[in-house]
Every structure is written in C-alpha cells, then in structure tokens.
Design a protein around this ligand. Structure first.
Ligand SMILES: *[C@@H]1O[C@H](CO)[C@@H](O)[C@H](O)[C@H]1NC(C)=O
Ligand SMILES: [Zn+2]
Length: 366
C-alpha cells in the first residue's frame, strides 16, 4: 500500500495506518549446498527438494495460489499470440515419460509473438494431474485446485542455449492452463492421449504426428494472470515469467482418466498426483490482463497508475480516524479563534459564547 498517496492531506494517516502493512518475516533460508549432482527427486519428498536444489527454498517459487481479489489489472498485458502452432503431420514430435510427467518436445518454430515484452520459442509441453480420488493442478485460484494443468515451456532466444536460458532471470516463459472435466471429448487432446500407453514406463519414448498445438490451450488467450516465479520441479530455477490462463480447457471424464491412470513413475507405481503445493508469494504481485466484474469494494483511482485492487479494512479505519482527527482539530482551532477575537472586544457580554461540543483531540486519541 502506497502511503504517500493517501497521506497527502492527512499527515496522521501515515502514522496510524500504513506502518502496520509492512511485510513481516523474511525467513532466512540456509539450505545445505551439496552441489547439483543429485538428480533424483520425487513428489513424495517435496519438502526435501531444497536440500539438493537450493533454489527450491527461494522466495520466488511456483506454483502459487492466485487470489483473484489481490490481482492487479494491467492494461499492458496484451492477448497471447502464438505462431507456428499448426504442425504438419509429416513432422514427428518426441513424446516421453520422464518418470515425473509426460513430455512432448516442440519445434522452435513455435513462438509466442505477443503478450510478452519479447519473443519466446517453444521447448516442450507437459502435464500435471491428480488421481481418480482428487484433482491435481499446480496453481490454484482462490484456493480451488483444478483437475489438471498443462504447461507449455518456452525460452528466450537471446540466450545461446536452452540450458543457459533456464538460469537467466528472463530466460523462460510458461503458458499454463487448467484442465477440467466437461461434457464432451476434446478432440485436440486425442493425438496425445491415444499414444500415452506407448510411454507407459519411465524412460520410454515414442513419436507423435504433428498436430495443432494451439488446440491444447483455451480458446481465449486474452484473459490471464502474470507473475514471476520458478520451475515447479527441481532445480526450481526462479527464471519463469508465468502466464496462467483464466479460461480452462475441458476434457471428458474418460480422457482425464487416461491421463491419471496410464503412466508409471520411477517407482513403477502409477504416476499420480505429480503436482507441487502452492508456494508463498513473499511480497510478489500477480497481474491480471483483465478486469473482473466491477465490485463495489473496488475504488477507482484518478490516474492510470494502479494501486492494490481494493482497500483493506486497515486502510479504511486509518482514513476514518484521520478525517475524525482533522475535523476535531479544525473545530478546536475555530473555537480558540473565536475565544480570542471575543476577548479582544470590550463589550462581549451581550452575546453568549458559542460552545463547540466536539471532543478534543486528546479524548479521541485515547
Ligand atoms: C477467472 O476469473 C474470474 C473473475 O475474476 C474468477 O472468478 C475465476 O475464478 C477465474 N478462473 C480461473 C481459472 O482463473
Ligand atoms: Zn510443469
């Protein structure tokens, strides 16, 4: 919350309201450095990731819960535009079970041409899911976990290699969309799901004929959330500029079941619940490319710069106290002034003094 903005006329505000808003604990994390050699990790030992991969204990981790009331609208966030997505069937794409998810390799000719400050080139896409017993998206929205989530991973071509890009602050972009059960079969997902059994075991690979990758994402790419975060798996590099679409992708129950029950993980068990839990924001902001339906709690500002999306209770109280104090002080000053001017007049006995009954500042502050 920006104190100067509100505090201008009422100095008092600053003292009363805004100091309470400072961010609290910046827990100092001192993970043991054991070098990058440890490549074995599992969703069962999520809490231990940071031991072998220090970045996993960082302050800009993903996924997050998106609190829609705290997002900040930004008019800069243009619709995401993809190019080169409609791949010819003659082009074969690698499909692989890496023990943590199924990965579809994408040609670099797939790019994001708008919606980010620069162009990005595709690397791969993969999925996160739950089990027949529960949902498995990584991001959550207002605490709600969706059935699954697709991640399309891109890198910034100004870096020489994908490996190099992964470690740069602006190196990666991920487009994320939620998977949700709907009434119909999603034909765009068929090419992938029909061949999933070919990579049932960890390490298995096959190829898929090119198809329209765009179809795997929601039809509406205008409405999304944007924030700075990380890879959601080790090594958790904090180099991802995230886009999480507001529109979900619908799959039939049967299709979702194929995703949830076909693959095996490294332990030869069915690969399920391959999602990480939401990570603390640590003061990060989440932008939205769209404005939610106007709610009465939203206070529009005169200039284009945005502040938080809504005033908090603490701010409202601070303003009320400030106004109350100002009015009281003013009344007190007028009273003093009248007293003085009356005492200067020699014959003031004809008029009774006007008594202001407003409380003194001292009474209010108690
Ligand atoms: C989409 O935005 C609306 C309006 O803010 C919100 O209620 C809904 O939860 C959002 N859904 C997702 C998946 O982001
Ligand atoms: Zn992912």
């Amino acid at each position: 919350m920006n104190c100067t903005r509100l505090g201008l006329s009422l100095l008092l505000l600053t003292a009363l309201g805004c100091t309470a808003e400072e961010h609290g604990s910046e827990g100092s994390s001192h993970p043991k450095r054991e070098g990058p050699g440890h490549s074995h990790w599992s969703y069962a030992d999520k809490a231990q990731w940071k031991t072998d991969f220090p970045d996993c204990g960082g302050q800009m981790q993903s996924p997050i819960n998106i609190d829609t009331n705290s997002t900040m609208y930004s008019r800069e966030l243009q619709a995401i535009v993809l190019s080169g997505s409609n791949l010819d069937p003659s082009k074969r794409l690698g499909l692989m079970n890496n023990g943590h998810t199924v990965v579809l390799r994408l040609p670099e000719s797939l790019t994001i041409t708008d919606g980010y400050p620069q162009e990005y080139r595709a690397m791969q896409l993969h999925f996160h899911w739950g089990s027949p017993q529960g949902p498995g998206s990584e991001h959550t929205v207002d605490g709600h976990r969706y059935d699954g989530e697709i991640h399309v991973v891109y890198y910034n071509p100004r870096y020489n290699s994908i490996k190099q890009a992964m470690t740069q602050p602006d190196g990666l972009a991920v487009l994320a969309a939620f998977l949700q059960v709907g009434p119909e079969k999603n034909t765009h997902y068929q090419p992938l799901l029909e061949q999933l059994h070919e990579v049932q075991e960890t390490g298995e690979e096959t190829t898929v004929a090119g198809f329209n990758i765009r179809g795997l994402l929601p039809s509406n790419l205008d409405r999304y959330y944007r924030y700075r975060g990380s890879l959601t798996t080790p090594p958790c590099y904090q180099t991802v500029n995230w886009t999480v679409f507001n529109q979900t992708v619908l799959l039939s129950q049967e299709q979702l079941s194929v995703l949830e029950t076909t693959l095996q993980g490294e332990d030869d068990e069915v690969l399920q619940n391959n999602f990480r839990l939401p990570q603390p924001l640590h003061g990060r902001g989440v932008l939205a490319s769209f404005q939610a339906a106007v709610s009465p709690r939203r206070v529009p500002l005169p200039d284009s710069e945005q502040l938080g999306s809504s005033l908090h209770t603490g701010d409202v109280l601070a303003i009320l106290f400030g106004i109350l104090f100002a009015v009281t002080a003013l009344a007190f000053l007028i009273y003093i002034y009248k007293q003085r001017s009356q005492s200067r007049r020699p014959d003031s006995h004809t008029k009774p003094n006007v008594i202001y009954t407003a409380a003194t500042p001292e009474e209010n502050m108690g």
